[in-house]
Each structure stands twice: as structure tokens, then as C-alpha cells.
Design a binder for this molecule. Sequence first.
Ligand code: ADP
Ligand code: GLC
Length: 481
Amino acid sequence: MKNILFVASEGVPFIKTGGLADVVGSLPRDIDSRYFDVRIIMPKYACMSQKVKDQMEYVSNFYMDFHWKQEYVGIFHSQVNGIHYYFIDNEFYFSGMKPYGDDPKFEIERFAFFSKAALSILPVIDFRPDIIHCHDWQTGLVPVYLKERFQANDFYRGIKAIMTIHNLKFQGRWDKKEVQDITGLPDYFFTPDKLEMYGDADMLKGGMVFADAITTVSETYAEEIKTTFYGEGLDGLLRSRTNDLRGIVNGIDYEDFNPTTDRFIEYQYDEINFRKEKIKNKRALQKELGLAEDDRTMMIGIVSRLTDQKGFDLISCVMDELCQDAVQFVILGTGTEQYENMFRHFAWKYGDKVSANIYYSEAMSHKIYAASDAFLMPSLFEPCGLSQLMALRYGTLPIVRETGGLKDTVEPYNKYEGTGTGFSFLNYNAHEMMRTVRDAEALYYDNKREWNKMIDRAMAVDFSWKVSASKYQEMYDWLRP
Ligand code: ADP
Ligand code: GLC
């Protein structure tokens, strides 16, 4: 039996801001529990729902040296689907209204604290991992602290670390002197071959340098980030670690996302009866959101963080033109004010065609995956993307840009061979996107038989965790035979 510890800043069902939480919440369940004991450590945020907080039980507490003071470290525990979760409690660091997005310096300090605390609680919870699997910049200091100080202690000696990059855009970069002051790491860690990044300190870089293996969440993204366009300044380091870097595509939880049993949608359906049943969800959503109630109109869904990453400037450029077509857009998302207001504007301008839902709702997201005919995701970059996998699972055909995980998971329609599960375009160009949306419209309106066959294929592809979980297992075995 090998012990694997996930350290992450979010995870379903406790707290979620994006796909990272889906991965942390679902991947451990598909790792074979006969050979691996996977446990998870995350912060105990005040903004977690009362329901999940009520399920946690208090374990212990102690004080840890951090940032020139003794900081309180509380430990809570919860078990979900047989998996052990531990939570680091500290009201000073984790009391905000949301997990991230406030004062950037405080965020650096918060996750430096979290990373050190995650290592410190291990003897207390009596769990010695063979491998610590870290996720994104918030946990970048875990491999650093592990190698720098914890391995001097017998308990930690020989523990291996993996750094998984879910998004290279966010690196936890801050003034070198201040990071040194916060972390208490010695001078020689702040050189360009370790944490230093153009004069600043970079927590993700530290994690990558000190991890024994680096992964990211699709094969294409693993290649892309070795280039300057996608590399965010770390492409040189990634090229030099190319033998330690692999891409393993994400899956989704096939129980939580299952149109035959989904409790969030009104009309369940499967790969046999979708022709009759799926449309009932469209009718219901048109009614609920005040869109024109028409079975025939093609509905295009968008469920997303509203940020530059997701390609919304392409949409803003051609939305007026697209709204001249016989289509409806249903948007669900929150994020940058500019994009929130853009969708509010189009919803005001094209009332019965565009519905802008600027909030977060799990229930509404499922309704959109089920009701829409197509799902639009024209990302500038996309490490993996889970939304398009959810769309496929619900027989909603993705329209994507060929980048990162979108390229690896959506097979473009080929009318000559009768293959494909969606529509895609290559260049980050608004009119290329529009042409692709219009190709999809043409097929939808002029060749429903082909469209439905494509739904057959989309619902038949398997992006459950089965295959990818076994790749993680192989990696765990390779690191620690
Ligand atoms: P990212 O992690 O970059 O945000 P992913 O496609 O990997 O993108 O994952 C996004 C996840 O967040 C999906 O589960 C999606 O359904 C969900 N999501 C995004 N915005 C919302 C929202 N406003 N309401 C509900 N779920 C959302
Ligand atoms: C990040 C990426 C997204 C990926 C998710 C989970 O948020 O933006 O593409 O699917 O992490 O790995």
C-alpha cells in the first residue's frame, strides 16, 4: 500500500471556484484503493458552506513557527466516499468572503502558511505519505519546504513530490525580499535556478524546481507550455525538465455528471432516448429564463469563469453578428466586470435571444449542459477544460478552439468520414470562430440526422477518470517502486 497526499487550495464538495476543485474532488475516488491510500489536505475557509463545515470534526491544534511568530494551526477532518480530508484551520488566514482574489501579498502569505502547515500536521494525523501530490501555485512551497527543512527529520526523509500545473498563468509571484521574509527560507533559495523569477520570487517555479515530477492536465498543454507563447516565462525551465514533465488529461465524475440520473435537470435522458427527451430540458430552460420558446432554435450554452483565458474578446467582437442568426445564447458565469457587463448588455439588447446569468450555480450549470444544443468555449489557452467534457457527456456539441485539452478531447466534425464529436478552429480569430459557429448552425438546421449521429458519438466517448487515474497510478509507482 502506498500513501499519497494531495495538497490543494480547493476541492469538491467543500469549496470550488473552478475545474481544480472538480479534479481534486473526483480523481482520488478513482485511484485504486487496494493499492493507494489517497488523502487530501486543504484550507478550512470561513466561506465554506455551513453544511460542509458541520460535517467536519475537530482533531487537534498546535502552534507553528511562521513569519516571525507562532501561528495557530487547527486540524479538522471529514470523510467523504471513503476518502479522508483534513483541513487547516486558521481564522486570520482563511476568513475572507472567498478563497482568493483579495490582497495579493496576503494571498502569498496565506498559501505559504498553508503549505508549511500541511507538512507540519502529518505526524499529528499520523499519515506519512510516500508521495505528496501538489496542485497549482498555492502549494508550490510544499516541495520547497519539504526539501529545505522537513527532510532533516526522519519522518519526512525520502518523501517524493509531484507538482501538477492546472494553470501556468497563476504563479504566486511577489517581491523577493518580502517572500523571503514571509517564508523564512534562506538566501540561496532566491536565485534564478530556484525561486527567483526576473527579480521576484515565484512559488510555482519553486514547486517545479524541487518536485521530482511535473505534470499538467493534457498532453497538448504539456507541449504548449514549453513554448514562449504559452510558457508564461517558465518555458525554459519546462524545456529543461522535459523528461520529468508529462500531460495527463483530466476526467470528470461520471456519477455527478450523468444525464440519466441528474437531480438538477427536469427531464433525464440517455444515449438512446435523447432525441425525444433532451429537448424537454431546452423548453424548460427557455421558459425559466424568458427566452423565445421555440423547439427549433439552436441553443448555445456557455458556463465559465469570465476571464481573458476563455476567449470572450472573440465573442464580444462578433456577438452582434451572431445574434442576427437563428440562435439563442445562454451564459452562466462570473468574473471580470468587463465581460459580466458585456453579456448583460447583449441580454438587454437581444432579450429573447440572449440570457446572461451572472452568478454561480451548480444547478443552473447542469441545466445548461443538458438543455443546450452546442457549447461554446473559444479559449485563448486551456490547460484541460472540464466544461467541454461535461457538454459531451450531455450530448451537447462543443465548439472550441484547438488549444490544450480542448484539442485533445474534442474531435472536429469531418463530413466526409462521418466522424467527430464537435467543431473546432485553430487561430485565435473572431471571424474564424464565427465561421465555425455557423458551420455548426448549418449542420444543426440542414442535416439533423448527421447532427444526432454526432450526439451519439459525443455521448459514447469516455472521459471518466478510469484511464487517466491509471496513468497517475503508473506515475506513483514509477516514482516510488
Ligand atoms: P476552469 O478551471 O479554467 O475554470 P474548467 O472547464 O476546467 O475551467 O472547469 C470549470 C468548472 O467550473 C466546471 O465544472 C464548470 O461547470 C464550473 N463553473 C464555471 N462557472 C460556473 C458558474 N458560474 N456556475 C456554476 N459552475 C460553474
Ligand atoms: C484550470 C484550467 C482548466 C483545467 C482545470 C482543472 O482551472 O484552467 O483548463 O481543466 O484547471 O485541471
